[in-house]
Design a protein around this ligand. Structure first.
Ligand code: KG4
Ligand code: ZN
Length: 369
């Protein structure tokens, strides 16, 4: 019998997320409740995620969040049919917390567990929106660690069309933001600053834009942003050599200058993402595209993609803004959709092994069996 209620636990990085999803026949599973705790404030002082602190904080948050989700959905723990969790990829210690708690819950309730691929969670997160997509579609997956274009034929049927050969788009945002003194995570801060700037103020590279394939490369962009930032500081210091010791922090430059560099950086990243997505749609002949992952929250990316797709009669789907970044709802949803499509059974062995490195194509190989 298909299970009815699926609990989802996400703990792969710096957000603890828990959610409860209900299956309803062959329809799109429904989110009953979700709760999220972001560790961003805790890691901010270090300029990035400290894995050991992340694991310890997941331990503190996961059970209170689970209690609050069940209370909000007015369900008892023993009503849960399957406990799902993020099995990978992510930080090993952080993943172990979610996996350990999920397996302990499953064992104590006598319910099976299901380990989920974090990127599949992002990929299927638009099904949590009020306007869910239909299969097949092209997916642009843009998170902090991944940038991939995929052809999605159905649950578990994902073909990678192109991906980054070095940094992810989220990393390009985060590393550029760090150079500009915007802290961690830099993407949202850079994007906010970019709103005041001119996206054509500085000429930055659009890597691999005309490569003829669907791959990305963002490592060089970060270097170009750094060189431009140094030039601006040197000019501010009136004639100091660009290669020499500079003492003025970039943060001390006029707001307009900083905003112009932020806007130019954002434009360089989003231009490449939009152009490559259009190329993937053309190559596959698809008329639907889904954008998922944290960078999918970026306003300029949404505006540019919406405008380009409207001209071509292509439908664009996004997760709700609050579900673009990591959350438990996407994990519960991916588990519910895998169970519903009957491509995987939940397990009662409770011998959890997390997969900190887990290429999505390995999941595809196992999901069709
Ligand atoms: O999907 P996600 O929450 O975590 C991973 O699985 O990696 O993505 C986080 C990434 C970070 O790089 C963050 O800076 C970026 O998404 N991000 C944004 C925005 N919101 C989050 N980048 C640009 N503009 C935004 N509004
Ligand atoms: Zn993520």
């Amino acid at each position: 019998m298909t299970p009815q209620l699926v609990l989802g636990i996400e703990s792969s990085c710096d957000e603890t997320g828990v959610a409860l999803v209900a299956l309803s026949g062959s329809g799109v599973p429904k989110l009953l409740a979700h709760a999220l705790y972001s560790q961003v404030d805790m890691h901010q002082a270090y300029g990035g995620v400290v894995p050991e602190l992340a694991s310890r904080d997941h331990i503190r948050r996961v059970l209170p969040l689970t209690t609050s989700v069940l209370r909000e959905a007015r369900r008892r723990p023993d009503e849960v049919d399957v406990v799902s969790f993020t099995r990978g990829p992510g930080l090993a210690g952080a993943l172990l917390v979610g996996a350990g708690v999920a397996c302990a819950l499953g064992a104590s309730l006598g319910k099976p567990v299901l380990g989920i691929h974090h990127l599949e969670g992002h990929l299927l997160s638009p099904f949590l929106s009020a306007d869910p997509p239909e299969f097949p579609f092209v997916a642009l997956l843009v998170s902090g660690g991944h940038t991939q274009l995929m052809l999605v034929q159905g649950v578990g049927h994902y073909q990678v069309l192109g991906e980054t050969i070095d940094d992810a788009a989220g990393e390009a945002f985060d590393k550029s933001a760090k150079l500009m003194g915007l802290g961690y995570p830099g993407g949202p801060a850079l994007s906010r600053m970019a709103e005041q700037g001119d996206p054509s103020a500085f000429k930055l590279p659009r890597p691999l834009l005309h490569s003829g394939d669907l791959n990305f490369s963002f490592a060089g962009l970060k270097t170009a942003v750094m060189v431009q930032a140094r030039k601006l500081v040197a000019a501010h210091e009136e004639g100091a050599p660009v290669s020499g010791q500079l003492i003025t922090p970039f943060e001390s430059l006029p707001t307009k200058t900083r905003a112009d560099l932020a806007a130019s950086t954002e434009a360089a990243i989003t231009d490449v993402l939009v152009q490559k997505t259009l190329a993937a749609l053309k190559q596959t002949g698809q008329t639907r595209v889904v954008v998922a992952g944290g960078v999918g929250a970026n306003r300029r990316l949404r505006q540019q993609l919406n405008a380009a797709c409207a001209k071509r009669q292509i439908r664009v789907h996004y997760p709700e803004l609050s579900l673009c970044t990591d959350n438990g709802a996407m994990i519960a949803m991916a588990a519910a959709m895998r169970l519903q499509a009957n491509i995987q059974q939940a397990s009662e062995t409770y011998a959890f092994d997390v997969k900190p490195r887990w290429p999505l194509n390995q999941l595809m190989a196992s999901s069709v069996t």
